[in-house]
Write a protein that binds this ligand. Structure first.
Ligand code: NDP
Length: 331
């Protein structure tokens, strides 16, 4: 059996380009004792992967050059020599960027596809949803009646965060690129939507919809958004520093933003986090998500490209705003 997989050709600087990736055919051997052979059905592409393509060691090691990359994936067991997994079982793994794999059965996790579609485990019910939850619950400690600004609101974490924040009783301002995305964030509950591409004064646009100020900011973008957030946050405002995608393709670390003195003057609390350090909150997350879903408060959204050949385009599309909701590749 064969499987096509995506390799990184060399560490890159600046915007990722199609020539940075190769699609390569590999053998998919029958499983040995303790192994499973799995056909992936969906793979995830995520902004954090850009950091792994730079060759720098951050909180996670760089991708290997000339080898298949890693990432979230869901798939179906084709053959099993592992107790506890049978052909037909759906599993989640980190064996993404490929059509299939043969691996130790204890490195994949069985998932229940009765109550949720399998791809939700890569989105709202997986690490994406957990990221939004950790940011709102643990970093910001969002309270009912507060006003929160969710940046990249039409994206995977952002769209989950808008719906979670509404379920927590907050007023939500969402920023997103373009009129269509603004319509979308309103359709999932945002009280106010701002097209950041259509304004040259983001802070003024936020103030116009939130004259009472903003209590908390969910940072997915960085740069101009961060500068505006420091300006519009109320005294003792909180920031969940989740991501700064505006800077991920910068070859050099960007210069320090304006408005930093406001951190002192307003006693702002800025908390950076990596979701994998907060797995202990998973039980609360599943319990809240289940009750919000049962109450009809959650609408998962995905942008799906078809076929492993499209995986590099899906990844590059994240930096061009091509996705609404979670960006996935269907295999
Ligand atoms: P998204 O689905 O939000 O996709 C990225 C979106 O970012 C795009 O759709 C685009 O939306 C926006 N964007 C891209 N480039 C720019 C830019 N230059 N300026 C402004 N907006 C831009 O991705 P995720 O939801 O997966 O991730 C969102 C953020 O959360 C990222 O920063 C990511 O790194 C971070 N993250 C952090 C985690 C953690 O553990 N801390 C875990 C998971 C994600 P638009 O069209 O609106 O511009």
């Amino acid at each position: 059996m064969k499987s096509r997989e995506v390799h990184l050709n060399a560490y890159l600087q600046g915007e990722p380009k199609p020539e940075n990736f190769s699609v390569v055919e590999a053998d998919l051997p029958a499983p040995d004792i303790g192994q499973v052979r799995v056909r992936n059905t969906y793979i995830s592409v995520d902004p954090y992967m850009r950091g792994r393509m730079s060759g720098r060691h951050t909180y996670i090691a760089p991708f290997a050059i000339g080898a298949v990359m890693e990432g979230g994936a869901v798939g179906v067991v084709a053959d099993s020599e592992f107790d506890g997994l049978n052909p037909g079982d759906h599993v989640m793994s980190m064996y993404g960027w490929r059509e299939g794999y043969t691996a130790a059965g204890n490195t994949v996790m069985k998932i229940d596809t009765q109550s949720l579609p399998e791809q939700a485990y890569l989105g709202i019910a997986g690490l994406t949803g957990l990221t939004a939850y950790v940011g709102l619950k643990r970093m910001i400690d969002l309270k009912e009646g507060e006003t929160v600004w969710m940046s990249a609101g039409a994206g995977a974490v952002g769209s989950a965060g808008i719906q979670f924040a509404k379920a927590m009783g907050a007023t939500v301002i969402a920023t997103a690129g373009g009129a269509e995305k603004c319509e979308y964030v309103k359709s999932i509950g945002a009280d106010h939507a701002i097209d950041y591409k259509a304004t040259d004064d983001l802070a003024a646009a936020i103030r116009a919809v939130a004259p009472q100020g903003v209590d908390a900011y969910f940072e997915n973008v960085g740069g101009t958004h961060f500068t505006a957030a420091l300006e519009v946050l109320n005294p003792r405002g909180r920031i969940a520093a989740c991501g700064m995608i505006q800077r991920y393709n910068d070859a050099e670390q960007a210069s320090i933003t304006d408005n930093l003195t406001m951190i002192v003057g307003k006693s702002l609390n800025i908390r950076g986090f990596i979701v994998s350090d907060h797995m202990d909150i998973q039980g609360d997350f599943v319990s809240d998500l289940t009750s919000w879903m049962m109450a009809g408060k959650i609408q998962p959204a995905e942008t799906v490209l078809d076929g492993i050949d499209q995986a590099p385009a899906a990844f590059m599309g994240l930096f061009e705003g091509r996705n609404t909701g979670k960006m996935l590749v269907k295999i």
